[in-house]
Design a protein around this ligand. Structure first.
Ligand SMILES: Nc1ncnc2c1ncn2[C@@H]1O[C@H](COP(=O)(O)OP(=O)(O)OP(=O)(O)O)[C@@H](O)[C@H]1O
Ligand SMILES: [Mg+2]
Length: 124
């Protein structure tokens, strides 16, 4: 991973501690994240790099609160979000997270404007 930190701000806002994600494939277990401990400081930019199957998407799904860890902890601004229920995770995503997907995940029946307005509607 490559990190670029902007000056004057070194507060850690996102932390993974011993983060594990195991996918169950029938009888087989896939260790997609095998105990990742890492901190991201406010104002820093990161690129997550690695070969296919190394767990990049798995980690992004965890960081984006789209999926949950099998074990370990995920802190956002000190709050352990690993234990939050689905509604709380949705609320957190709505208010604090932005995600640009590889496929755009737009709603095809809606115009561009309506697609943009939809999360604003849920924000009130
Ligand atoms: N839903 C799933 N069920 C079972 N195994 C999965 C699932 N998603 C990912 N995996 C497995 O977990 C491991 C990590 O996959 P992941 O998609 O996170 O890798 P990646 O680094 O994003 O790969 P790529 O560069 O191809 O996008 C792989 O062995 C993959 O086969
Ligand atoms: Mg991927």
């Amino acid at each position: 991973m490559a990190e670029q930190v902007l000056p004057n701000d070194h507060q850690e806002i996102v932390q993974l501690k011993e983060a594990r994600k195991v996918y169950q494939m029938g009888m087989q277990e896939v260790n997609a994240l095998a105990g990742v401990t890492i901190s991201f400081k406010k104002g820093s930019f990161w690129a997550i790099m690695g070969p296919s199957g190394s767990g990049k998407s798995t980690m992004m799904n965890i960081l984006g609160c789209l999926d949950r860890l099998t074990s370990g902890h995920y802190y956002i601004e000190g709050q352990d979000v690993s234990q939050l229920d689905d509604d709380s995770l949705s609320e957190l995503r709505l208010k604090h997270l932005g995600f640009i997907f590889q496929s755009f995940n737009l709603i095809p029946q809606l115009s561009v404007q309506r697609n943009i307005e939809l999360p604003l509607y849920y924000l009130g």
